[in-house]
Design a binder for this molecule. Structure first.
Ligand SMILES: [Zn+2]
Length: 166
């Protein structure tokens, strides 16, 4: 007579392997399972796979949040570095603008005197040396403006967020 499924020793071993994880085994069942696993390669393999799967699950549940945290951390760090770089650029631009303006204003009287002297010495019409003064004074300022525009366009290309701050 064919024994019912539950009496098949391999089925019993399988059931006990699962039960061992969930509710534990009576000492009698434990002993029986140990003996069966020692004798049956198939069931021993199944027990080992179950153990490995459970270990992997435990490891995954611990390492996944750690991985997520690291990813979030590196994203934040990258953003902070971006903001710091942006701030440095803004400060550099502000200094550049201020310097060029100060230079232009501060040098104006001197340039005016030089132009006036050249105009008088060479006996040039006043309009010529006044225009010369205007050109001289505006050249550094416009050159600086071109440089600033060029830098701004380049920085905007590098980080699109930069443009929205100006
Ligand atoms: Zn077996």
């Amino acid at each position: 007579m064919k024994p019912p499924m539950n009496d098949d020793p391999h089925n019993r071993a399988r059931r006990l392997i699962d039960m061992e994880r969930v509710e534990g085994l009576a000492r009698e069942d434990q002993r029986w399972l140990r003996d069966h696993l020692a004798a049956c390669e198939t069931c021993a393999g199944r027990a080992a796979r179950t153990e490995a799967a459970l270990r992997a699950l435990r490891t995954a549940s611990v390492s996944m949040p750690r991985g997520l945290a690291a990813a979030a951390q590196s994203t934040l760090r990258r953003r902070a570095e971006e903001l710091r770089a942006q701030h440095t650029r803004n400060v550099a631009l502000a200094i550049g603008c201020t310097l060029s303006w100060l230079f232009g204003v501060a040098s104006a009287p001197l340039v005016w005197k030089v132009c006036a002297w050249v105009g008088t010495t060479l006996d040039l019409p006043r309009v010529v040396w006044v225009l010369g003064f205007a050109a001289w004074w505006f050249i550094p300022v416009s050159a600086m403006g071109v440089v600033i525009l060029w830098l701004r366009r380049r920085w905007e290309r590098e980080s699109p967020a930069f443009g929205s701050r100006w």
